[in-house]
Design a protein around this ligand. Structure first.
Ligand SMILES: CC(C)(COP(=O)(O)OP(=O)(O)OC[C@H]1O[C@@H](n2cnc3c(N)ncnc32)[C@H](O)[C@@H]1OP(=O)(O)O)[C@@H](O)C(=O)NCCC(=O)NCCS
Length: 169
């Protein structure tokens, strides 16, 4: 069985018990786009999220602080062969620093374990200190650099990888 255990297992400390992380559905998209536009200089447009909802290999999630509340975060991963690729994660600026990003990451690790993935990979802007710190705290390591990866401004991407342990070995 895959343990999915990074160096430090992700926790959802500080997140209220009422918080919900569920698969993203088409009716969530207006709220997702609102978080998205407040989170990125180059936000994903609606049609990109719609495409993700159609792909068999794509898993998208929304986070609410309680049942019936508006979406305050979302994440998108691809599961291809034995690898999980983290494409996108955001928490609304007003809700950051309270453990919600870690809670979303914990859900992604859970999906990775369920899918028997061997690793999780991602790309992150070199200047994105908050995200880099989050990923490093979860056991991700820098494994490469993609120079001028982001077309909008030519910033480099750091490639990160978290190998999941196999407890059965
Ligand atoms: C990255 C992001 C999802 C983190 O969400 P969050 O809800 O603030 O995360 P958490 O509260 O769970 O914080 C987890 C850890 O991240 C790091 N972190 C979060 N905000 C930080 C900040 N402003 N500066 C430095 N480190 C920060 C810390 O290590 C923190 O752990 P700690 O509080 O124990 O020190 C959020 O900042 C975000 O949406 N950013 C904009 C979108 C984005 O850049 N996405 C990532 C693209 S690769």
């Amino acid at each position: 069985m895959l343990s999915g255990m990074p160096a430090t297992p992700p926790t959802s400390r500080g997140v209220p018990d009422t918080a919900l992380i569920e698969p993203m559905m088409a009716p969530d998209l207006d709220e997702v786009l609102a978080v998205e536009s407040r989170s990125f200089a180059d936000p994903w447009p609606r049609n990109v999220f719609e495409a993700e909802l159609r792909h068999d290999w794509s898993y998208s999630y929304v986070l609410r602080p309680s049942l019936g509340a508006s979406v305050i975060g979302h994440a998108v991963i691809w599961i291809v062969a034995d690898e999980v690729q983290l494409l996108h994660i955001a928490v609304d600026p007003e809700w950051r620093g309270r453990g919600f990003g870690s809670a979303l990451m914990a859900r992604l690790f859970e999906q990775a374990r369920h899918s028997k993935a061997a690793r999780i990979t991602l790309e992150v802007r070199r200047s994105n200190r908050a995200a880099l710190k989050l990923y490093l705290s979860l056991g991700f390591q820098s494994v490469g650099l993609r120079p001028r990866y982001y077309a909008s401004d030519g910033e480099d991407a750091i490639v990160m990888d978290c190998v999941l342990n196999d407890e059965s070995e």
